[in-house]
Design a protein around this ligand. Sequence first.
Ligand SMILES: Nc1ncnc2c1ncn2[C@@H]1O[C@H](COP(=O)(O)OP(=O)(O)OP(=O)(O)O)[C@@H](O)[C@H]1O
Length: 257
Amino acid sequence: MEKQLSHINYQNPVINISGLRKSFGDLHVLRGVDLQLFEGENLVVLGRSGTGKSVLIKIVSGLLSADEGTVNVLGQEVGDLDEKELMALRLRIGFSFQNSALYDSMTVRENLEFPLVRNKRSLTRAEIDREVREVLDSVGLLQALNQMPSELSGGQRKRIGIARTLILRPDIMLYDEPTAGLDPITCTEINNLINEVQQIYKTSSIIITHDLTCAKEVGDRIVMLLDGKFERQGRFNDIFDSDDARVKAFYDYNFIA
Ligand SMILES: Nc1ncnc2c1ncn2[C@@H]1O[C@H](COP(=O)(O)OP(=O)(O)OP(=O)(O)O)[C@@H](O)[C@H]1O
């Protein structure tokens, strides 16, 4: 069954990208990208390796600058912001990256406290404690509070990683390959968690993935990056209804082993 879309506010794009171009020398990675992420939406970005998904995310967060085009995030033109303003903007964006590993020498509690202590210095001990417990509870791992990351499964570590991002209450979540390297059952758990995060925290999210099951389960809308542009977008069942060989190849790669 397809997800309901009633929670999305189509009047309010939290990311609005228009005519974005980015090249590295002769390599033209983004060739006129237009993209909107609406408030409350889970947007899945599909694209083969090396198509520019990470470059896009870096431009959204101001880590790379655009050659051309406008990139508006949470009402601000990213290209116009100074370093201090960019840092403030990045605090409102939660990055859940494949390599955002937990600190192995710290307990789960300490891992979760870390971003709070660093970024929200006015919080009291009791407030930090409450935030940690609340976010752990929301990812279903309250019982892991005093455990070490090495005592947890890959899926549990992933959940804690997402909790660590959520603890700063971001408006936007960026998930980079959230199900990579996980078994199918754990993938389903993570997909469910992404949907729960959307419901509980009212986040707007971009989910970058190659995994079409993930795309189907979490995506309110899917966009496909092909040759530097979003050539296709829509609901999961619509997006592959195409004779375009590049689209067919992507589908076959996932479902025909
Ligand atoms: N700073 C940079 N300097 C030069 N080339 C770069 C730079 N960053 C990315 N590229 C190139 O841009 C292209 C797109 O890279 P990007 O990392 O965005 O791919 P991707 O779609 O995220 O791939 P993957 O799914 O493998 O992570 C690649 O060819 C990469 O080598």
